[in-house]
Design a binder for this molecule. Structure first.
Ligand SMILES: NC(=O)c1ccc[n+]([C@@H]2O[C@H](COP(=O)([O-])OP(=O)(O)OC[C@H]3O[C@@H](n4cnc5c(N)ncnc54)[C@H](O)[C@@H]3O)[C@@H](O)[C@H]2O)c1
Length: 313
């Protein structure tokens, strides 16, 4: 089905944003991609440049912008610890000022706006799996707080703009997502392991590697974002992620096997505030959106490894 209207994607030159832009163009929308290239890159969207329905604007969402759009996906924000801790004040500004500016635009345009929140709003959770009712366990003064508390404040802003100004919001909490166009140096576990394995460097495990994570392939995530935006029954929050857990150690071993790498696996002490376990409860997404991840880890890793091979060839 061909759709009409212009969709703004902030952070559209990033990992998830670039896949989302691609999908929206495929669905028939005009797409306006806003990005300041803090962690994203033109390379991620170069195949879209030249499409008359795609427009790229270099813009920092700390500043207001006046454009005529019908829907907004607010994805702009550095997402990995190395990047969001590099300039923590900037990270808070992007979440807080950025949300205010995007919500102001949504209000002026009566546009529906979706916020890409994060599982990090649950902090180091004391409940497993995490459902949307859980309020979280976050250290407000730790090194991760610029991201966690910034995203929590963004959630507050979304709900207050909704209550106070009737802005048509949607809120999703994204759990670990992986796939082609992840930043090679972002310190996230999948990209770290794949890049290390392909370049013959050791794969570093923190602690004994028994901590678990669950990984959602980017195509599944984009499907969830689009379904959440399209429905009118709930504003959220809705968790999006893959509930299947895997230990970090098992992931490392799998990557080494799939890349035929000779890289060793080495161990280092656990960093502060590192959650021991992270697993989404996706019952709400399943019920509301009829959504669940379809791509298994093996297939997703194949695509991701192929991508990083092309980057490092
Ligand atoms: N990837 C994940 O596992 C994950 C998990 C939870 C939440 N999220 C959220 O999803 C969104 C996208 O994450 P991603 O993994 O694609 O990260 P990414 O770093 O690849 O993408 C973020 C994009 O936002 C841009 N950006 C950053 N600050 C900006 C600013 N002030 N103005 C304009 N553009 C700015 C960056 O240049 C980049 O292109 C983020 O909001 C992130 O918090 C991602």
């Amino acid at each position: 089905m061909l759709n009409t209207g212009t969709v703004l994607v902030s952070g559209g030159a990033g990992f998830i944003g670039s896949h989302l832009c691609e999908r929206l163009l495929g669905d028939g929308y005009d797409v306006l991609c806003l990005d300041n290239f803090y962690t994203g890159t033109k390379k991620n969207i170069r195949h879209l440049i030249g499409d008359p329905r795609f427009e790229l604007v270099r813009h920092n969402i700390w500043m207001p912008i006046f454009v005529e759009v019908d829907r907004i996906f607010n994805l702009a924000c550095p997402a990995s610890p190395v990047h969001y801790q590099n300039d923590p004040v900037a990270t808070v500004k992007t979440s807080v000022l950025g949300s205010i500016n995007m919500l102001g635009l949504a209000k002026r345009r009566s546009a529906r706006i979706l916020q890409a929140s994060t599982s990090e709003v649950y902090g180091d959770p004391q409940r497993h799996p995490q459902s949307e009712e859980y309020w979280g366990h976050v250290n407000p003064i730790g090194f991760r707080a610029c991201y966690d508390e910034g995203k929590r404040c963004a959630e507050t802003l979304f709900f207050d703009y909704h209550r106070q100004h009737a802005v048509d919001i949607r809120l999703v909490r994204i759990f670990n997502t992986y796939g082609p166009r992840m930043h090679p140096n972002d310190g996230r576990v999948v990209s770290n392991f794949v890049v290390s394995a392909l370049t013959g460097k050791p794969l570093t495990l923190y602690g004994d590697g028994s901590q678990t994570r669950s990984f959602c392939y980017v195509d599944d995530m984009v499907e969830g974002l689009v379904r959440m935006m399209d429905q009118s029954s709930s504003i959220g929050p809705v968790n999006l992620g893959n509930p299947e857990e895997i230990s970090i150690r098992e992931l490392a071993e799998r990557v080494v096997r799939m890349t035929n790498s000779a890289s060793p696996i080495v161990f280092k002490p656990l960093p502060n505030d590192d959650p021991h376990r992270r697993q989404p409860d996706i019952s709400r997404a399943t019920e509301l959106l009829d959504w669940r991840p379809r791509v298994c880890l093996e297939d997703g890793l194949k695509e991701t490894i192929a991508y990083f091979r092309s980057v490092f060839k």
